[in-house]
Design a binder for this molecule. Structure first.
Ligand SMILES: C[S@@+](CC[C@H](N)C(=O)[O-])C[C@H]1O[C@@H](n2cnc3c(N)ncnc32)[C@H](O)[C@@H]1O
Length: 388
């Protein structure tokens, strides 16, 4: 494994300036409708993705030219669904404060600059890139990747290729990274994005007419052809901020897929909110041993663990049950802390309002004493209220 210090993005300020390819998009949509079966994305990620926030509103009921123009014609249009409003923000003091304590402690790859904010700002980092530093450090801490010549990774729901990008930048001598997705915009843009970031790598896609081969550095494919991937051939299987927005049958399907694809002793890395859209069962196979189960700085809800497991022989359900019990304590502590913060905010609001009322009384009293007219008083009062 090579280490680069600090981690540096390619084309940092222009990387997201990509136009969609309507013909490619239409091909993906047609194939999805014909062959996707029950692996087509659930409502949240199908044609109406993000439409409520655009002019099209809730009238959308299919993929159309108009929809392509409004929601998919430029990569930037999908950044919010992929990484969220917070994730896409340029790195700032608040983001660094949120991540730094945790990241410094786990940065065994030595990817962080001494001044994270200065380096991030000069290298076009968004907050989501701090999440990538977190993922890559955690993933590699639990596996002996340095011993491998070529690392094989399968990620389901990789967005535009946020984490693939880090794996593909020369941290390893050689990587084979497969991105499996079911959302036309993600299938299209992950290919366009990674190709533009790494013109010298072998990036293949089912929708470029490429036949799957382990020789690709990166290969993008829809989930309805994932049966073509060879069993026990991946060192790491990944799903981040993605199953949380699926349906039960999708999550069950991908667990079975990960179980088939991951090598014995290989790693499974999940990082999802379990109290968001998908509230069903996380039917984790008994023979996946839990190595790590904690919230991280990216957790935006109380039950949002990063869960790292190893595919083993045996039954690890009892151990997991105990670790889940301990994690529940973290959730309760988080909820109590949230409650405390809300109450503190109420008290602060009350104090502010009391202060303002007291000031009004003082002003009124002053007006009475100095004989200032009521109209003058209201002028002063309004000006103060406007200011803040
Ligand atoms: C919120 S984005 C997260 C992207 C990426 N993992 C990250 O953290 O930057 C959710 C991802 O899951 C994918 N996705 C949604 N539903 C899916 C499904 N049923 N099957 C496969 N991928 C799906 C989306 O296309 C997208 O790539």
């Amino acid at each position: 494994m090579n280490t680069k210090n600090p981690f540096t993005l390619q084309n940092p300020f222009s990387r997201f300036e990509l136009e969609g390819d309507k013909a490619l998009f239409n091909w993906i949509v047609t194939d999805m409708i014909q062959n996707g079966g029950n692996l087509v994305p659930s409502d949240h990620w199908n044609w109406n993705l993000g439409s409520n926030e655009t002019e099209l509103g809730s009238q959308v009921s299919e993929y159309s030219d108009e929809l392509f123009e409004a929601n998919y014609s430029q990569l930037q249009m999908m950044l919010a669904p992929w990484v969220g409003g917070t994730g896409m923000k340029s790195i700032d003091e608040v983001a660094v404060a949120k991540y730094e304590g945790f990241l410094r402690a786990i940065d065994h790859l030595n990817l962080l600059a001494d001044d994270i904010q200065a380096h991030g700002q000069s290298n076009g980092w968004r907050e989501t890139d701090l999440g990538s530093m977190l993922d890559i450090n955690l993933i590699t801490a639990f596996t002996e990747l340095s011993l491998r010549e070529r690392v094989a990774v399968c990620e389901v729901g990789g967005g535009y290729g946020r984490l693939a990008e880090v794996f593909l930048s020369d941290l390893w001598v050689s990587v084979h990274y497969v991105l499996v997705d079911a959302v036309p915009g993600s299938l299209m843009y992950s290919y366009l994005y990674l190709k533009s970031q790494f013109p010298n790598l072998r990036i293949g896609s089912y929708y470029n007419g490429d036949i799957y081969s382990e020789n690709f550095d990166c290969y993008i494919m829809p989930s309805w052809y994932s049966h073509l991937l060879p069993s026990s051939s991946f060192d790491i299987s990944i799903n981040i901020e993605s199953m949380q927005e699926m349906s039960q049958h999708h999550v069950d399907y991908y667990f079975t897929l990960f179980d088939r694809l991951t090598k014995p002793d290989g790693e499974i890395y999940l990082s999802n909110a379990r109290d968001y859209i998908f509230r069903g069962n996380w039917n984790i196979p008994k023979h996946w041993e839990t190595l790590f189960l904690h919230n991280t700085p990216r957790s935006w809800s109380p039950d949002h663990p990063t869960h790292i497991m190893r595919k083993r022989n045996g039954d690890f359900s009892l151990e997991r049950c105990i670790l889940e019990g301990a994690f529940k304590h973290q959730i309760i502590a988080w909820q109590q802390q949230q409650l405390i913060s809300e109450q503190q905010q109420h008290i602060a609001d009350r104090d502010r309002i009391c202060g303002e009322l007291q000031q009004t009384i003082t002003d009124l009293t002053g007006c009475q004493q100095t004989g200032l007219g009521l109209r003058r008083f209201w002028k002063i009062f309004r000006r103060r209220a406007k200011a803040g």
